[in-house]
Design a binder for this molecule. Sequence first.
Ligand SMILES: C[S@@+](CC[C@H](N)C(=O)[O-])C[C@H]1O[C@@H](n2cnc3c(N)ncnc32)[C@H](O)[C@@H]1O
Length: 239
Amino acid sequence: DSMEVATENPHGCENTSDAEEERDSDNDVGPSKLGTKEYWEDAYQKELETFKEIGDVGEIWFGEESMSRVLRWMDKAKIPENAAILDIGTGNGAFLVELAKHGYTNLTGIDYSPASVKLARNVLQAEDLMDVTVKEVDFLNCEGELKGFDVCIDKGTFDAISLTPDNAKEGKKLYVQAVKDVLKDKGFFAITSCNWTKEQLLDRFSEGFEFVQELPTPNFQFGGKTGNSVTALIFKRVH
Ligand SMILES: C[S@@+](CC[C@H](N)C(=O)[O-])C[C@H]1O[C@@H](n2cnc3c(N)ncnc32)[C@H](O)[C@@H]1O
C-alpha cells in the first residue's frame, strides 16, 4: 500500500499516514528496503570503503545533537561510568565513540550487518578505543547472548525494524521482548525515533517499562521541509 515511502525518503522518516485512511498505530509506516539486512549491509560496505579511503565515518543519523541529548540525560541521571551500556544497531559505531569519549568504560555495540561491525571496529580503532565490544548479533534472535545491561540505547534501529517488509508486526514484538530481556531490572532504555510519535512509543513500550521522561528535540529538516521531528524517550525496565 505505501511503498512510496522508501523512494520518497531515504530515511524512511516521512509520516506516511493518510488522513483519509484509518490506520491502527502499527501501520503508520509502510514496508521499505530500510527494513532489510541487504540494504544495511550494502550501505555499510560502502561507508567502510569511504572510511578506509578518507576517514569519514559516514552518516550520523539524526545528527550530532541526537547523541549529545542522550549523553546529557545520562549525566543528569548519574549513570555511572562503569555502567554496562548496549548500543542496539550501532551502525558506524559513532555513538560508541561518543560514549567512550564521555568516560563510559563498559560499552557494547551490536549490529546484524557484518559490514557495520567491521566499520564500527575500524572507527573505534582509529580513535584508539580498543576496549569497546562490537558484535554481529541479530537483536531479534539473540536469546541469552546479551544480558545484564544497565542502559540500552537505540537510535533509528527500532525505526528500521518497523520497516521490515515481511512481518513487521512480529519484528516489533520481538524487539520489545529483546529489550526487556537484555536490560537489568530498573535499567534504562533510551530510544530516538523518527517514525513513531511519543504516544505510539508509550503504547509500544507500556508493559515491562515505566516512562521516565521525554528529551526535547527540535524540528527535523529534510529536503527543505520541516515538520518531521524525532522523538527521544527514556524508559525504565520494571517488573
Ligand atoms: C537507521 S540505522 C541507525 C544506526 C546507528 N544506530 C546510528 O544511529 O547511526 C539502523 C541500524 O539498525 C541495524 N539493524 C536493523 N535491524 C537489526 C537487527 N534485527 N539486529 C541488529 N541490528 C539491526 C542496521 O544494520 C542499522 O545499522
